[in-house]
Design a protein around this ligand. Sequence first.
Ligand SMILES: [Mg+2]
Length: 264
Amino acid sequence: MLKFKSIFFVLTMLFVISCEEETTIQQNQAYNTNAILWQQHAAEYRALAHQAFNIAKVQIDNLAGLQASIKPWAVIADIDETVLDNTPYNAKMALLGKEFDKASWFDWGLQKKAKAVPGALTFFNYAAEKGIKIFYISNRYEGQKQETIENLKKLGFPNADAEHVLLKASTSGKEPRRMEVKSTHQIALLLGDNLSDFSEVFDDRAEGMAHENVEKMRLLFGSKFIVFPNAIYGHWETKEIFDGNYDWTPVQKDSIRRAKLIAY
Ligand SMILES: [Mg+2]
């Protein structure tokens, strides 16, 4: 009888734990769903994207004719959530109740269905007409190069070719690829939705570092660094909220989020 009771107790506990896990997965999805909805439906998101490209255009106009450069001018742009909109991928994963994984991400990339971020096409073609080269430095995988180029080309982006699309080969840090571009070009602007798109200084997000460095470099935002909103994913979440640990369970993620909310 005692044995039966303890088996019953263990089964009940397992049921409770699995229910709790399921509920928390749903909570995590709900959290992500709101961020996806904001990026897909808020006209404020669209306005922010235009605002970013308008500022970028002003900077390009300020360059023209003012500073003769020995090296040709270039703009460095991240791709995902800066040039291409991948929110349909995030939406699909949210509906399926799944998190990001390499296989599904490759599958989305292969479909070449990503649309342009509002204002991106106009800005990049404007810069290209001024003789400025665009280099796309993205942490899409090197194995996604062909479809990424085709997706960009299909939408009408300039410099959509193997020479100008630099994906993640060995390291996710973008500094070596930026240095490669700097060796032959003068960098006018950097565009991105993640601080690591601008400087290696931001690769370190240990306690408070990114905030401190943003303050130190505040004059560069809107002049050399053009930032795009992304509330769905980024180092702000993986490194700052979850401390660079990718192994948290949904239950742990939920309590970390709650613990990090700043209330009064
Ligand atoms: Mg990005």
